[in-house]
Design a protein around this ligand. Structure first.
Ligand SMILES: CC(C)(COP(=O)(O)OP(=O)(O)OC[C@H]1O[C@@H](n2cnc3c(N)ncnc32)[C@H](O)[C@@H]1OP(=O)(O)O)[C@@H](O)C(=O)NCCC(=O)NCCS
Length: 163
């Protein structure tokens, strides 16, 4: 099977956070500021990673594992910017990276809020793993991400919970 480059499946998306997306609140200078609920960001992350994995593999995918960090909070009114691409592939699985940033659109200040690595497995119509194209890292950054993802995957497999 012919390999595919990272840019062939890379996706960037943008989402406005509303009050309904908020869970906790912080109180600052007499104001109540609604913080975006973690589950909203997890859903956005899972959705974009699934799209990237589907574009790369050309088939449907199942999420096998998620490793997500919350670096700083996002607030209602922020524009969330999600950037996602394939870091690494095995015969049937892919590590997808997602970086989430929050923009305060009034000031233009952008903050890193989340980073996430997700393993997606390409599956056939019977739900069984199926082969995918190998990822072709082209740039220096893509090569670095590939090497780091390979090391992470080795660690993940040691901890894998099997049915
Ligand atoms: C993910 C799933 C399809 C894997 O099927 P399986 O029969 O266990 O298949 P395998 O053991 O051959 O795993 C397939 C590949 O994924 C990799 N993999 C599976 N789980 C993994 C994990 N937790 N971490 C890293 N890699 C993993 C395997 O190493 C294998 O890699 P390979 O390409 O080198 O062969 C199956 O476990 C499943 O259906 N899980 C539930 C998925 C789900 O419901 N997700 C939420 C909704 S999308």
């Amino acid at each position: 099977m012919k390999g595919k480059t990272v840019k062939e499946s890379t996706i960037t998306s943008s989402h406005l956070m509303l009050i309904k997306d908020s869970g906790n609140f912080i109180f600052e200078a007499g104001k109540t500021i609604p913080m975006v609920h973690g589950g909203i960001l997890m859903t956005l992350m899972d959705e974009i990673a699934g799209m990237v994995a589907t574009k790369h593999s050309g088939t449907q995918v199942a999420t096998a594992c998620i490793d997500m960090q919350f670096v700083s909070p996002a607030f209602a009114g922020n524009r969330m910017i999600l950037k996602s691409s394939v870091n690494y592939t095995t015969k049937t699985s892919m590590e997808i990276g997602v970086r989430i940033e929050a923009e305060d659109m009034k000031t233009g200040v952008i903050k890193h809020t989340n980073s996430c690595y997700l393993v997606a497995v390409a599956i056939d119509n019977a739900g069984k793993p199926t082969n995918i194209p190998a990822i072709i890292p082209e740039t220096k950054d893509e090569q670095r991400r590939f090497n780091e993802a390979k090391a992470r995957n080795e660690e993940r497999l040691k901890k894998r919970i099997k049915n």
